[in-house]
Ligand binder design. Sequence first.
Ligand SMILES: Nc1ncnc2c1ncn2[C@@H]1O[C@H](COP(=O)(O)OP(=O)(O)OP(=O)(O)O)[C@@H](O)[C@H]1O
Length: 248
Amino acid sequence: MEALLTAVNVKKTYLEGTRRVPVIGGLDFNLYPGEYVVVMGSSGSGKSSLLYLLGGMDTPCAGSIQIGGGKLEAMDETKRALMRRERIGFVFQDFNLVPHLSLLENILVAGYLGTTSRRAVRERARELMALVGIEHLADRRPAQTSGGEQQRCAVARALINDPDIVLADEPTGNLNGANSRTMLDLFDTIHGRGQTLVMVTHEPAAACRAQRVAYMADGSIEEFAFPDHVASEGREALLLNWLSERGW
Ligand SMILES: Nc1ncnc2c1ncn2[C@@H]1O[C@H](COP(=O)(O)OP(=O)(O)OP(=O)(O)O)[C@@H](O)[C@H]1O
C-alpha cells in the first residue's frame, strides 16, 4: 500500500540565541491510509515538533516530508496553507478555540476558509457537532462550556474540511478521566469512519487504542506494532514492557 504521508531523514534544529539545539536528527516515518498511530516519548523528545512538521505547520531543516505525493519542502507558504486546510486536521492539547466566537462559529470559520459553499459547511458543522455530542451547545462561547466540551468542539473543527489526516497533540492532556475516555472513544469513532490518525500521548492505556506506537528518543523513532493475536487486555502489559526496555 502506498503511504499517505512519508518523512525521510527529517532533521529539526532550533536556535536558542546563537546556540543550535538539535531536536530531530534524521527521522524516517511512514503513515498509511486508515492507520491509527500514537507518538510517545519522554518530555522534550520532540513529539510536538514532529507533529508540527508532519502537518506542514513548521518546516524541517533537512529531509523530505510528502503528503499524498506532494513534497512539503517544495511548496511556498500559500501552497502549504492550502494543503493544510484540505488534508490536515489539527487538535491541540489546550483546544485553541477563539474565545469570542460560539462553538458553532469556531467550527464554521475553519470551514469557510475552504472552497465548499457556506450552506454545505453549515450542514457539515451541525453533523459534526452531533457526532461529537455538543449540538445543544452551538451558541455557547468556549468559556461557558467544560474542557471536555471544548475539546470535542476542537475535534469537530479539525474535521470540518474532511481532512485525510487528523493530528492530535495530547488531546486528553487537559481532560479528567471521564472526559479523557470520551475523547478516546471519539477518536475510535473517527478512525472507524476511515480517517487516518496520529495522536501524541503520555498515557500507555490511551496508546493501546492505536495500531502502533512511534516512540521518539534521541531525535529518531522506534516503532512498536501491537500483534493482532493479543486481546485488548494484554496490550498494555506488552507496551509497558517494550517501553521500559527503552528507559521510558
Ligand atoms: N520554537 C522553539 N524554539 C526553541 N526550542 C524549542 C522550540 N520548540 C521546542 N523547542 C525545544 O525542543 C525540544 C522538543 O520540544 P517538543 O515540544 O517537540 O517536545 P515534546 O516531546 O512534545 O515535549 P512534551 O512532552 O514536554 O510536550 C524541547 O527541548 C523544547 O524546549
